[in-house]
Design a binder for this molecule. Structure first.
Ligand code: FES
Length: 435
């Protein structure tokens, strides 16, 4: 007998307790027959189905995954399925850019009265998966890799003509803020790294040049910095977008924070090629005037090229890239929007993400990191800059940012009045992928 005819797909179904599970039960009690390939895992609500569970199912050998819950309007927790739907829209896009085979990921709405629909869905998914065969491409390096080795870091861009004037203005402003007592500390750039200036006479330690690449807003979340008192922070246009998110998420008190915006024309880093905001807009003090931001073609060129590849080639691309990851978590540490007291990657009860630097563990980590930033990442590119292995992590963030623009017309950190993308929902959210 050929392998194809022997193949029995393994399908993991995550179902909501109140509708789909009862629908499956009804199928059983009414003696409806369907293939025995599905393993049902019951959860309270689709809103409770963590995206990591989908990945986990594939990791442990599933050939397809089904997620199913109550129809819109029927959720027993009022809106769990609406929230889930919005997350799935974005999560599918992330998985697509990573090269997952979306034909193996299914979503349905099945009510407690739809035993027949459950029977039909399981039968259809089993047949489709049987035709696809075992999921062998998962995390496989099928030959395709980035044509060139990661480019060496670009040399810093030459200082702009007006950089000296901006620097002078910056020092004067910070000296004034400190001497007036408006702030107790200025978080800015110094020679060789960030400086925390606490006395007006030390304002000369502040610099503005092509080395000022870091996003300093990441320091605002640190307890030891909070203890220093009212702060002023020096930001570029991209960094400033992060403040909008941090304020929305109650991580900063914008009323007590003084923001000093520095116009830039890119700092000569690859990350600057994808940045669209070079001019700060909400800062209390703005120094300089930036030129035009990169075009959309420049911004998304690398992502567009990646999406031209087949899913298996994309998977191979990322498998090669993640192979270099040593789980140093520099991408997390440098991100201004990663501030959980205890990161899911550090939890060991249960172990959601394999902590070793294996293909499984690395994929799980980078999927988790990227998706935690869905609708939040402001494209400051610090993850890419900080990665010692040169992994283009910003591509994953960009794929989610583009999905947010495409499906919801949303750009993180651009509009202080906009509701957070994840955490809200609309009755009109598209669901053509849910059957
Ligand atoms: Fe079924 Fe929320 S209770 S989807």
């Amino acid at each position: 007998m050929s392998e194809a005819s022997q193949f029995e797909p393994k399908i993991v179904a995550y179902v909501c307790n109140w509708c789909t599970y009862l629908g499956a039960d009804l199928a059983g009690t009414t003696r409806l027959e369907y293939p025995a390939n599905v393993r049902i895992i019951r959860l309270p609500c689709t809103g409770r189905i963590d995206f990591n569970l989908l990945i986990k199912a594939f990791e442990i050998g599933a050939d397809a995954v089904l997620v199913s819950g109550c129809h819109p309007g029927d959720c027993h927790y009022t809106a769990g399925n609406y929230h889930a739907r919005r997350r799935w829209i974005l999560f599918r896009e992330l998985l697509d850019s990573l090269g997952f085979d979306l034909r193996r990921i299914h979503f349905t709405w099945i009510s407690a009265a739809e035993g027949r629909k459950w029977q039909e869905a399981v039968t259809r998914i089993t047949e489709e998966t049987r035709k696809l065969g075992p999921y062998r491409e998962l995390y496989q390096k099928n030959g395709f890799r980035r044509p060139n080795a990661p480019p060496p870091p670009k040399p810093p861009a030459p200082a702009k003509n007006n950089a000296a004037a901006q620097e002078q203005q910056l020092r004067e402003t910070c000296a004034r803020l400190l001497s007036e007592g408006t702030v107790q500390v200025v978080i800015g750039y110094g020679v060789g790294g960030p400086v925390f200036v606490r006395r007006a006479e030390d304002a000369a330690k502040l610099v503005w040049n092509a080395d000022c690449q870091a996003n300093l807003t990441t320091y605002l979340k640190r307890k030891e910095i909070k203890r220093l008192g009212k702060a002023a922070v020096v930001v570029k246009g991209c960094d400033e977008r992060g403040l909008v998110i941090l304020e929305k998420e109650s991580q900063i008190d914008r009323q007590t924070l003084r923001v000093i915006g520095m116009a830039c024309d890119g700092m000569g880093q690859p990350k600057c090629d994808t940045c669209t905001v070079h001019q700060p807009r909400f800062a209390d003090e703005i120094m300089g005037q930036a030129g035009a931001a990169p075009s959309e073609a420049t911004r998304a060129g690398a992502l567009d090229a990646l999406m031209q590849l087949s899913p298996a080639e994309r998977m191979s691309f990322w498998a090669h890239e993640f192979e270099r990851c040593v789980k140093c978590y520099a991408c997390r540490q440098v991100c201004p929007l990663c501030y959980c007291e205890r990161c899911i990657a550090d939890k060991n009860r249960p172990v959601t993400i394999d902590t070793s630097a294996t293909p499984k563990g690395n994929f799980a980590w980078h999927i988790t990191r990227a998706f935690h930033l869905a609708g939040r990442c402001v494209g400051c590119g610090e993850c890419t800059r900080a990665c010692p292995a040169g992994i283009p992590l910003g591509l994953l963030n960009l794929s989610l940012a583009r999905a947010a623009e495409k499906h919801f017309g949303y750009q993180a950190g651009m509009d202080p009045k906009a509701e957070p993308l994840i955490g809200t929902y609309a009755l009109t959210d598209k669901e053509e992928f849910i059957r």
